[in-house]
Design a protein around this ligand. Sequence first.
Ligand code: MN
Ligand code: MN
Length: 481
Amino acid sequence: MIATQTEGQLLSEKLSFEIKNCWETAKPEDFPKIHLFAEQYKAFLNKGKTERECVRQCVERLEYAGFISLDKALAQGGQFAPGAKIYQNVREKTLLCAVLGEKSLHEGANILGAHIDAPRMDLKTNPLYEDSGFALFDTHYYGGIKYYQWTTIPLALHGVVFTRNGERQDICIGEDENDPVFTITDLLPHLAREQLKKEASHFIDGEDLDVLAGSKPYRDEKAENKVKLEVLRLLYEKYDMVEEDFASAELELVPADKARDVGLDRSMIGGYGHDDRCCAYATFSALLELAAAEARPAKTILCFLSDKEEIGSTGNTGADARVFENFIASLCAKTIDAYTEMDLRLALSKSSMLSADVNAAFDPNYADVYDKKTASWCGKGIALSKYTGSGGKYGGSEANAEFCQKVQALFNQNKIRWQYGDLGKVNKGGGGTIALYAARLGMDVLDCGLPVLSMHSPFEVISKIDLYTAYQAYIAFLRDM
Ligand code: MN
Ligand code: MN
């Protein structure tokens, strides 16, 4: 028997926008690809817990795919031809890569931007001290965190130290299962009666996030601060570093755990740094996929992985720096005859960008801060955030209707499931991304990324099918926008 739809049902189908669960709409034969992409992403996350480690992995893949560094390309002389694959590694923390298109940059580029920094604990410039028989590292947290989430979990120390002779030492302690780890202690509930009366934002202070680093004294009758001395001795033995070398070092404490599948159905991934490495990985993979598939894209395609988003995109490796503009200026200067600054301004203003950053997924445990009509949902595809900001859209970037419609139509044509992505109810909070820095250059830009649960915690959760959907969406945007 064929069930016939009523007139009302047909009308509703025609007029309503229905957001569906992608596991129900995807072809089952695509499931292995979805899980494989998730495995590759987990490997990227496990090896990329700092911005430097992400850049290092991406540069390896770029070199393997035949990209050459901007410095090398400039040294070779001559103009860059369509199909040229160029990348720029900016101080090991920000990465730009592009494949030059057939069309002139006067027609703009298709750009994907994401960030590779994530909230963490940085060691202070003079971090090591001894108290009550313990050696401790003093920290200054990086990015917006809930302090209490970072206590009583194993932490790994990653980073780079330059010793007084200028020698570089790369440090990674706590990732191998035989490595020691570090941890921030918390008060036992038995003695926490006063602590638990305080507001959550105050019951642990940012200044009190000090990390256990040792407890065994150096054996000497007369030496002072012997527990600290023993830690210094171990650092000297292994890394040739002395106390003053901390002053210039970049040492970051991050969760020591690996990314894991979540749920009996393995539909989700839990791990540190999904914000925004899931979008960074999906955008970067999209660019590599197209670089391999098409020798010469129509328009120039570009991927920008930036640092410092979590602290406002400031500094010379953040999106507010001129690094992004400089890279496009280099591409313009080497592809446009008699290049002037006008060429750069034109290229920027004609470009289109997706600011690929994560969104707050609807969480049934905290339903009252979300507006169900405009929230993003795990498993329902890529989330489009027309605007960001907080309290009356303040400080955000809003995409123009014309551009939003083009992106929506592009996704529809490519059968990419998309959903809304407003961040919470009005006046419940808010946030920003790198979109406003791209907007400042005059280009069209729309925020567009994955829904994430427990954002900024040591164990964030995303859906595997959203990751794959975003990857497909980014490919379509680079190729067809
Ligand atoms: Mn982000
Ligand atoms: Mn963030």
